[in-house]
Design a protein around this ligand. Structure first.
Ligand code: CA
Length: 225
């Protein structure tokens, strides 16, 4: 989960939209107040911080994150306007992990987010990484590779794959998949699951066959040997 604090609605919406479309879970907040409420509820894996904000500014938020044991090591990327603000942040040695000057392109943002999550890496990742032949999936880093090449999945495709891997060896019914991945119980909507399995298999190429159809029941991924 990525949190973004940005008061400019158009940037906030674009960034959240882009992140969600590249397979991340992301939430945007217009100010520090809402952000802190969310952090208390659930700590994110990465934070994107605008600097000039109404109320508490981005540097203030960063300082607080760093001073609390539970968030001290959280990867943080500052989104800064070019010029004096940017220089100030760099000069301050504020403890941010990365800086992205505005205006930035969405593809660059995604690339930086991925690399930051990768660097933040292993500590949090051990528990939720899976290998099956040529397939590698890291849930916290949100990375799927086949034979070393990264595969771009939508969020639901990613969640679906992660869910099957987490329950490897067990047959998951369509209903169970729907309620876990789509978070709703909807009789008759199980076709959604089939459609996603189909596109997911396609994207995984050779590794698509790892997702087995269990006729009359649902789907499963075999246990690792
Ligand atoms: Ca701002």
């Amino acid at each position: 989960m990525i949190y973004l604090v940005e008061d400019e609605a158009s940037i906030r919406e674009l960034v959240i939209y882009t992140l969600q479309n590249t397979g991340f879970e992301a939430k945007g907040f217009a100010d520090g107040k809402d952000f802190w409420l969310a952090v208390r509820e659930k700590a994110p894996d990465l934070v994107l911080l605008d600097i000039m904000l109404p109320g508490e500014d981005g540097l203030g938020i960063l300082k607080k994150l760093r001073s609390s044991a539970s968030t001290a090591k959280l990867p943080v990327m500052m989104l800064t306007a070019k010029g004096t603000e940017y220089d100030k942040v760099l000069g301050l040695d504020s403890g941010a992990d990365d800086y992205l000057p505005k205006p930035f392109g969405m593809m660059e943002l995604v690339a930086r987010v991925k690399s930051l999550l990768r660097r933040a890496g292993p500590a949090a990742c051990d528990a939720e990484e899976y290998r099956r032949g040529k397939l590698f999936v890291s849930v916290p880093r949100h990375v799927v590779t086949v034979n070393g090449a990264e595969i771009v999945l939508t969020r639901k495709e990613f969640d679906l794959l992660a869910f099957l891997l987490k329950n490897a060896g067990l047959v998951m019914t369509r209903d169970r998949i729907l309620s876990a991945v789509w978070e709703y119980d909807f009789e008759g909507e199980t076709r959604t699951v089939d459609t996603h399995v189909l596109t997911l298999r396609g994207k995984l190429g050779d590794c698509g066959k790892l997702i087995q159809t269990v006729r009359g029941f649902g789907y499963k991924v075999g246990e690792s040997k």
